[in-house]
Every structure is written in C-alpha cells, then in structure tokens.
Design a protein around this ligand. Sequence first.
Ligand code: PEP
Length: 253
Amino acid sequence: MRGYLVAGNWKMNGSTAANDALVAGIIANAPPSESVELLVCPPFPYLSAVAEKLAGSRVALGSQNVSQFQSGAYTGETAASMLRDVGCKYVIVGHSERRAMMGETSEIVAAKFQAVLDTGLVPILCVGETLADREAGETEAVIDEQLGAVLNLSGVDSFVNAVIAYEPVWAIGTGMTASPEQAQDVHRHIRAALEARSESVAEGVKILYGGSVKGDNAAGLFSKPDIDGGLIGGASLKSADFLAIAEAAATLG
Ligand code: PEP
C-alpha cells in the first residue's frame, strides 16, 4: 500500500502574510486520513517561517530546488544540508520550468537528485514531455532519457527513498490536464522501467501526476492504479483548492 502524496509547488508566489493564511487554512482542514501525506514547497526565503507554522502538524515541508554541490563558493546556491537544517523533508528536482528556463540538463538534475539523497532527504524527480515531443510520438523516449540519467548515476535502489512526478509540460499551468488514461499510460511506463531493474522498488515508489490538477479532476486521476497523488501548482495557492484535491485522495485512500 503506497498511500498518496499531495504536494503543493508554490513556485515564485507568496508573502509572509499570504503564506501564513495559506498554511493555517491547510492545517485547520487537512483530511485526517493516514493514507494521505500533504506537502508544501514554498520559495527558499520562506522555508524557515513555514516550518515553524507546520510544527506539530501532519503537513511536510519541501523545497522547489537545490544545488548539486555540497558547500562552498557557489554564490546564490542552496545546499541540501541547509534544506535539511531548516526542516525540509522533500526536495523537488528537475521541474520542467527549471529544465526549460534555467538550462538544467538531465545530468544536472541527476546530480541534484543524488545530492538530496546524500543528505537524507527525499527527492521528487520531475519528468515529462513537451507537446511537440508527444505529437512526435516521443513521450516514452523523453521520459526514458530523463529517468535514465538518474538510474545511471544513482541506481534503481535510490528510488526506495525517492518520489517521481510525471508532469507533461503541455499540461502545466495550461488548464489542459492529461486524461486519467493518458497519465496512467505514462505512469505504467515509468513503473515498468523500474520493474525491469527491481520489482520491489517499482512496487514501492510513489509516482505523482502534475499538470492542472484541480478538485474536480483529481479523483479520476488518483483512481488509476499507478497514480499515487499529485504535484500541484496553481491549485496549491488557495487552501480550499488544495484541500479539495487532498480530499479526493483521502476518499480513495
Ligand atoms: C507544477 O508546477 O508542478 C504544476 C503541476 O502546475 P499546475 O498545477 O499549475 O499545472
């Protein structure tokens, strides 16, 4: 029983006041279900303050990015050990916005994934194809390349302590959700790629779907056998929207 993870990626949004209200709303009404874990990933400057607000709650803290380096002369970077120090449990790596806009290659993403593991935190590895990739019939090849870079560097056993998020780029922030069947097909492909190396690792790893998940489409997605929750962007910025997605998971879990 893998359980569900519903993770909010706040991206570059928020302020002290807005974050306080959002976190208070989530904590006050989070479904009590044991089979659903909730996670929020604020921007770096707010991690400590949000950690304080989350203390004693069942909502976990994560970051949206990390350096692949451990420490030293890397101006503007944030080490995984610092994220652990301020209370993070999870770290998103390889979000498509970072791959596309910040030049993160699959090799850099793999190095970040390993840096997170080395620190005892849990990486959430994002993979996903663009619309052009999909239309060219390249979806699985793109996923294989992104996943392959991590498997080559860290090995299949690293996924015992990791989460994967399938996020089709064409569905992120567009309102164009993948259908539950489209998502399930790719999730199955990802799990099968791991299964070929280790059945037990494949069986245990959570694979989240991300891309315009909302309260009204979450249940359809989460009811698929290989979809273990969601990575939520826009709908994670209002507690009622985020909690509606959490409720969908709790109802299924
Ligand atoms: C995301 O940024 O990871 C995401 C899935 O965004 P949205 O839910 O807004 O599509």
